[in-house]
Design a protein around this ligand. Structure first.
Ligand code: 4AD
Ligand code: MG
Length: 476
């Protein structure tokens, strides 16, 4: 007999069908009821064993975590919570999971504990749900761009440029670190390294995406991104996934429109296609809320998702944001860790969260930031001091998207590169595109795990990626 996945069984099998299912035992009670899950859905199938007919030693091997194959007949369920169950004809233990050793017992484990056993996390309801939603969001993003006629571009992961200029790149080298060759000036002689130059893991694929957009018009990347920023927060990973569309003949307003449309599309896609998993995750959150003070409660996930999908994002300039913040209660009462005194200050996450969660109570797009707190490639405004940047801030998350119109004027870009001391031999090709058929163009980067945080309602970015990389942690 051919195995049927539990999701297919629950959708289309009928009472009376003979079925073969395979999966992992979630619970086994009263020596009779097996709750089996194979990861195809959050829902288990219940299999009922007629104890009389079975070998007692084999029955003892049915424990939480064990893998089993079960054949039987689908019957109407007597119990609550499911419409059908399997009356077991036979079962075979595929792999034991000894209860004295198996770390996942049928009780609630903390997310912190589960991180320590990330190799087993896909066996839990919560992580399986997160991983299924993660897949759906990956698919939604590709579908969104494909339907619009964008081309997916694979940009290099090893690069010789620090495009964001933040100095947060992981170096890539084949040097023996105990014996690094030096040149005559007693500096590291990268000429002898694998690539003959200093290289690192990419902090963005943007610069190469721009090259592709200046030929294909509309492209996007979706790849891993590496940042050696030493921030141990619930929002930062050292290895995360980023989606970076890049569009020729588009200005920063088109850029904001595209970003807002994409985010709403993804959220609607999840609402439509991940209902069971979101319902499970929501129940978890609401249960946790019960033991939290009012101010810390997550609230209903579906309400939040529907609200963001159904309302226009607020759009303000950096200058307007500074005015609001300067006159805000927490600023006047010096409740902010970083009090906003003047124009030009970088916005910290406390300010971003105030704007989104307290002031506007909806996603906010902030544009036209001071040039000197943003990357070199952003297009300078006529005022000579702000750039056509745009950041999208989300409730509970902070910055979810960062992007801009790009500086397409050769002379202005050259000036900025020189002013910021960016080595010409690492960006000459980028500058070159401004010499040959340059056009206005724009793009942005969406942090995929930050989108995942919002859609699943999870509180820590380590819990929305299968194997998180963070400072002092690269296990599994
Ligand atoms: O704002 P960022 O640094 O922008 C760029 O990298 C541009 N090159 C994008 C572009 O215009 N094509 O990063 C973009 C997004 C952030 O808004 C955030 O969502 C996410 O990437 N991000 C991180 N996510 C997880 N961990 C980190 N350490 C992140 N750093 C940025
Ligand atoms: Mg940013």
């Amino acid at each position: 007999m051919k195995r049927i996945k539990i999701s297919d069984l629950l959708q289309s099998s009928k009472v009376g069908d003979e079925v073969l299912v395979k999966g992992w035992v979630r619970t086994y009670r009263s020596n009779r009821f097996v709750a089996l899950n194979d990861g195809s859905t959050i829902n288990n199938i219940q299999a009922v064993i007629d104890f009389e007919n079975e070998d007692e030693n084999e029955l003892k091997r049915i424990t939480t975590g064990a893998s089993v194959a079960i054949t039987g007949k689908l019957v109407e369920s007597q119990g609550q919570g499911q419409s059908v169950e399997i009356a077991v004809n036979s079962f075979e233990i595929l792999g034991d999971a000894h209860p004295d050793e198996f770390p996942l017992q049928p009780k609630k484990h903390s997310l912190e504990y589960l991180r320590e056993i990330a190799h087993l996390r896909p066996r839990t309801n919560t992580f399986a749900a997160v991983l299924r939603v993660r897949h759906a969001m990956t698919f939604a993003i590709h579908k969104f761009f494909n339907d619009k006629g964008f081309y997916n571009i694979h940009t290099p992961l090893i690069t010789g440029t620090d495009a964001e200029g933040a100095g947060e790149a992981f170096q890539v080298t084949t040097f023996d670190l105990k014996n690094v060759p030096l040149n005559e000036e007693k500096e590291v002689d990268y000429k002898q390294d694998f690539f003959g130059k200093e290289t690192s893991l990419a902090v963005t694929g943007q610069l190469e995406a721009e090259l592709a957009a200046l030929g294909l018009s509309e492209v996007y990347t979706f790849g891993p991104t590496f940042r050696a920023e030493n921030s141990n927060t619930t929002r930062h990973l050292a290895e995360f996934w980023m989606i970076e569309p890049e569009v020729a003949f588009a200005d920063n307003n088109d850029n904001m429109d595209l970003a807002e449309e994409m985010l709403k599309y993804c959220i609607n896609y999840a609402l439509k296609n991940c209902e069971d998993d979101l319902a499970f995750l929501n129940k978890r959150l609401l249960d946790e809320d019960k033991s939290k003070p009012e101010a810390d409660r997550a609230g209903d996930l579906f309400e939040k998702l529907n609200f963001v999908a159904g309302n226009d994002f607020e759009r303000i300039t950096y200058t307007e944001a500074i005015d609001i913040l300067r006159n805000s209660k927490p600023n006047k009462k010096k409740k902010f860790k970083f009090v906003i005194n003047e124009w030009g200050a970088d916005l910290q996450s406390e300010h971003e969260r105030f704007l989104v969660e307290k002031h506007f109570k909806k996603p906010v797009i902030i544009s036209d930031y001071p040039a000197n707190i943003k990357a070199f490639y952003m297009k300078l405004n006529e005022d000579g001091k702000t750039v056509k940047a745009m950041d999208i801030l989300f409730p509970g998350i902070g910055e979810i998207i960062g992007g801009s119109e790009r500086e397409e004027r050769h002379d202005v870009l050259l000036q900025k590169i020189e002013a910021q001391n960016i080595p010409m031999d690492s960006v000459w090709w980028y500058l070159d595109t401004r010499k040959f058929g340059t056009v206005p163009h724009s793009g942005f980067g969406l942090g995929f795990e930050r989108l995942m945080l919002f859609v699943t309602g999870m509180g820590n970015i380590r819990d929305v990626i299968p194997f998180p990389r963070t400072p002092k942690n690269a296990e599994f």
